[in-house]
Design a protein around this ligand. Structure first.
Ligand code: PAF
Length: 276
């Protein structure tokens, strides 16, 4: 496994290769990342995994500083998975002294998570573009847990004509349904027990949507109330079109329920996608 620390070394190393698959990460690798990497390795032997905790996508310094940093463990996982290339740039190398230019995203980037994390998706797409430009992958793998991120990256690639196939990989879940996330390790033991409530509630909402027991608005409000009563602080729980991420129109049948809520200081997101 070759661990590459600088842009110049990365460009030199990848220049001669074709058919590159890319898995961007912020480290603290868990089974969700393993799955992305395994799927990438099924497509090509030239897989690049990046590890960079991107300051541009955090809304507070505390959140950035508390993000789990486990580079030694991550490298040993990547070695075991037989990843050929790991890119771990420094902030200075990848962001330079100044980053003023950013991507102008569609309005949906300011809704859902974007409403509660202003500028978050500008930060995500800026770093993803920079990494795409350096790595020039043929394929790039992203988890479906970050449904809105995946949606915006697909739009970005389409609208900016990147010749990259974006592949979304299903969420990997823990024994009780909790979506695997780097943030799970920050949960207290008590809150870890509670954390699967979010996904369980989304399953109940899915049944209600399919059975048309109430209006979407009523289903969202009752789910929000139920989580808040159980000690969560809900940012949003929303029933949306899986195609547009907007409120479903009359005969829309491909639905996604998305949610973000905090337990203590740990903000979790999840979603469930289905057809009616
Ligand atoms: O999903 C993530 O871990 C990050 O948003 C990404 C895509 C690596 C960009 O920093």
């Amino acid at each position: 496994m070759r661990v590459i620390h600088s842009q110049s070394e990365l460009i030199k190393t990848l220049k001669v290769l074709t058919n590159i698959a890319f898995v961007p990460t912020m480290g603290n690798l868990h089974e969700g990342h393993h799955k992305l990497i395994e799927e990438a390795l099924k497509k090509t032997k030239y897989v690049v995994v990046s590890i960079f905790i991107n300051p541009l996508q955090f809304n507070s310094k505390e959140d950035f500083l508390s993000y789990p940093r486990t580079i030694d463990e991550d490298l040993s996982i990547l070695q075991k998975l037989n990843v050929p290339f790991v890119f771990t740039p420094s902030k200075e190398d990848i962001l330079g002294a100044l980053q003023i230019i950013e991507i102008h995203l569609p309005n949906i980037a300011n809704d859902l998570c974007g409403k509660f994390r202003p500028g978050h998706f500008n930060g995500v797409t800026t770093i993803v573009c920079k990494l795409f430009n350096l790595i020039r992958p043929d394929l790039a793998f992203f988890g479906k847990k970050d449904f809105q991120q995946l949606f915006l990256i697909k739009e970005l690639v389409k609208q900016l004509n990147y010749p990259i196939q974006i592949i979304g990989i299903d969420t990997i879940r823990d024994y009780d349904g909790l979506a695997k996330s780097s943030r799970n390790t920050l949960l207290s033991a008590e809150n870890r027990k509670k954390a699967s409530q979010l996904f369980k509630l989304m399953n109940t909402m899915k049944d209600e949507v399919i059975q048309k027991t109430s209006s979407f608005k009523e289903i969202e409000e009752s789910a929000t109330k139920s989580l808040n009563t159980s000690g969560w602080a809900v940012d949003y729980i929303a029933i949306r079109s899986a195609q547009s991420l907007k409120t479903p129109v009359h005969d829309e049948n491909h639905i996604v329920i998305l949610g973000a809520a905090s337990l203590g200081s740990v903000r979790l997101i999840d979603n469930i996608e289905f057809c009616i």
